[in-house]
Design a protein around this ligand. Structure first.
Ligand code: SER
Length: 319
């Protein structure tokens, strides 16, 4: 049995990835860790290890004892929170990655997954269909940490043969877990308000297009990349990963097709400047070529799934 450890299992992506691994490979195939206990009973069926991933000693002990085949390192401070605590964001995002790369260099882990982000792009990057090798030009501490992390991953791969794999996620949208501290979080919150028949006040401009992806696609893509033969992977920094691109006004329209009374207004905050620095859409042909990536869920299908799932979840809470 392939043994997996998810670090950052209490986060938005962590919860979804663990749920998917549990159902695809069995609860015993995945251990979970985080600095806080995941607020999800199903996720907690896996063995939980309390861990501050910046603590090199604690992390080394867990990885040396665990001898995992795969480690998914998802712990990070995202773009909006990172701007409020720049040095803490750098510390968490970089130190935890270096700790894991060192453990992999020691041979305690066979394969590592570490996510990068569209936040590595910036004002010098083309706005549309950003190519794989576009200039990286991050304006946030989160983006700077992802840019540096990408090159650390390539360095450990080339210098020490560490098998570390990465994708640049767009904004991720799912209904099984809440996002936290990101600029793209509006695209989850908006559905929450819609199912409660409440007015949503969006912190980004009505026409601010950003690259986005439905969570099930993101999770499937992550597992597909980890299964891909190593010799096919030509990109050892991080793969562009695309699915769809939409604006707050377009997601509002998509919701209104099912909930015509849904109301959306705008009150911009500091996250608008971050969003403006990012591209609108991504060219992911390298991921398609090397490991067969293909997004499946687009905006209206996602809206259907999100509204249905969140309505059911609300009804269960109320009953
Ligand atoms: N979703 C992230 C953020 O908004 C981008 O990777 O910070």
């Amino acid at each position: 049995m392939v043994r997996r450890l998810v670090i950052g299992a209490a986060g938005q992506l962590g919860i979804e990835l663990v749920l998917s691994m549990q159902s695809e490979f069995g609860v015993a195939s995945v251990d979970i860790s985080d600095i806080r206990v995941p607020d999800n009973e199903e996720v907690m069926r896996s063995k939980f290890l309390h861990l501050d991933a910046t603590d090199e000693g604690a992390l080394s002990t867990i990885l040396e004892d665990g001898q995992y085949d795969e480690v998914y390192h998802l712990a990070a401070m995202l773009s909006a929170t990172g701007e409020k605590k720049p040095l803490a964001a750098w510390d968490l995002n970089m130190q935890s990655l270096l700790n894991i790369l060192e453990a992999a260099k020691e041979g305690w882990v066979k394969r590592v997954f570490w996510p990068s982000s569209i936040a590595v792009f910036g004002p010098l990057t083309p706005k549309y269909n950003v190519p794989q090798d576009a200039p990286l030009d991050p304006t946030t501490v989160y983006g700077i940490s992802k840019q540096a992390g990408e090159f650390w991953c390539r360095y450990y791969q080339e210098k020490y043969g560490v098998d570390v794999r990465s994708v640049r996620y767009p904004g991720l949208i799912g209904h099984r877990s809440a996002p936290g501290g990101g600029t793209t979080d509006y695209a989850v919150e908006i559905y929450d308000y819609a199912v409660q028949d409440q007015l949503y006040t969006c912190f980004l401009k009505a026409d601010q297009a950003l690259p986005m992806m439905f969570m099930d696609d993101a999770v499937r893509g992550t597992l597909e990349l980890m299964r891909a033969p190593q010799d096919k992977l030509q990109v050892r920094t991080s793969y562009n990963l695309g699915a769809m691109s939409f604006t707050p006004s377009e997601i509002g329209e998509s919701i209104r097709q099912q909930k015509p009374q849904f109301q959306l207004e705008y009150a911009l905050d500091q996250r608008q400047a971050i969003a403006e620095s990012w591209p609108c859409s991504i060219d992911d042909s390298a991921a398609r070529r090397d490991w067969g990536w293909q997004a499946r869920i687009m905006l209206d299908d996602m809206t259907n799934i999100m509204l249905k799932a969140m309505t059911t979840a609300n009804e269960t809470l109320e009953s």
